[in-house]
Design a binder for this molecule. Structure first.
Ligand code: ADP
Ligand code: 5GP
Length: 197
């Protein structure tokens, strides 16, 4: 059976480990393309422009919106984030699957415009562990951490409507399950349901 490139959306609360899982998956599967989103938020220390995000001014973001350059966009935590079409379609056309790491709101928008997209939600083992990971990462101030924890509860509630859920408890297991589900959806369209929890 042939392998078909697919669009995968990865969502989950900030700090759950999406970036950590996907970094490992991409090391093992270098043909996958992880889209680089555009954002109006400031870079965090250590982040690299056009690698982590395309950092845009409010005006530049608005201008691209007017040109219909985005597959989707959303306001998250008070900043605008979006996926440019140029980050998606050229890769699918070349036969490579594309992964979007975006919030739940963005995931549902993608499902409307691209019904074949596979929506994957990464769950924390517990809210306590999520809070610990967010605090240990030490990239946000207290107010931002509290806002992100509040959003996490809302996102976990909405995740009921996602196609697949992965609990990021053991990192190795989460990476293995992610690779297995990508294989499965590329190979048979995800017709069997044994990748779901
Ligand atoms: P996200 O991309 O979802 O915001 P990150 O990938 O930045 O989250 O991970 C948040 C923090 O949690 C990081 O410090 C990371 O090292 C840690 N982390 C990720 N996965 C695990 C795991 N399975 N067990 C323990 N810590 C983890
Ligand atoms: P962070 O600021 O921590 O990098 O990301 C904050 C949130 O924005 C995360 O929930 C992340 O999934 C979401 N996000 C990042 N890029 C995009 C995007 O292109 N579109 C949408 N809708 N959300 C995004």
């Amino acid at each position: 059976m042939g392998r078909s490139p697919r669009l995968f959306v990865f969502s989950g609360p900030s700090g759950v480990g999406k970036g950590t899982i996907l970094k490992q998956v991409l090391k093992n599967r270098s043909e996958l393309h992880l889209t680089v989103s555009a954002t109006t938020r400031e870079p965090r220390p250590g982040e690299v422009a056009d690698v982590d995000y395309h950092y845009l001014s409010e005006d530049a973001f608005t201008e691209l919106l007017a040109k219909d350059a985005f597959l989707e966009w959303a306001d998250v935590h008070g900043h605008r984030y979006g996926t440019l079409l140029t980050e998606v379609d050229p890769y699918l056309e070349q036969g490579n699957s594309v992964i979007l790491e975006i919030d739940v709101q963005g995931g549902f928008n993608i499902r409307k415009s691209r019904p074949d997209a596979v929506l994957v939600f990464v769950d924390p083992p517990s809210m306590q562990e999520l809070e610990r990971r967010l605090r240990d990462r030490a990239t946000e101030d207290e107010q931002t951490i509290l806002l992100r924890l509040e959003n996490a509860r809302r996102e976990i509630e909405l995740a009921k409507n996602y196609d697949v859920r992965i609990v990021n408890d053991s990192l190795d297991e989460a990476v293995e399950r992610t690779e297995a589900l990508i294989d499965q959806y590329e190979n048979d369209g995800g017709a069997t349901d044994d990748v779901c929890d």
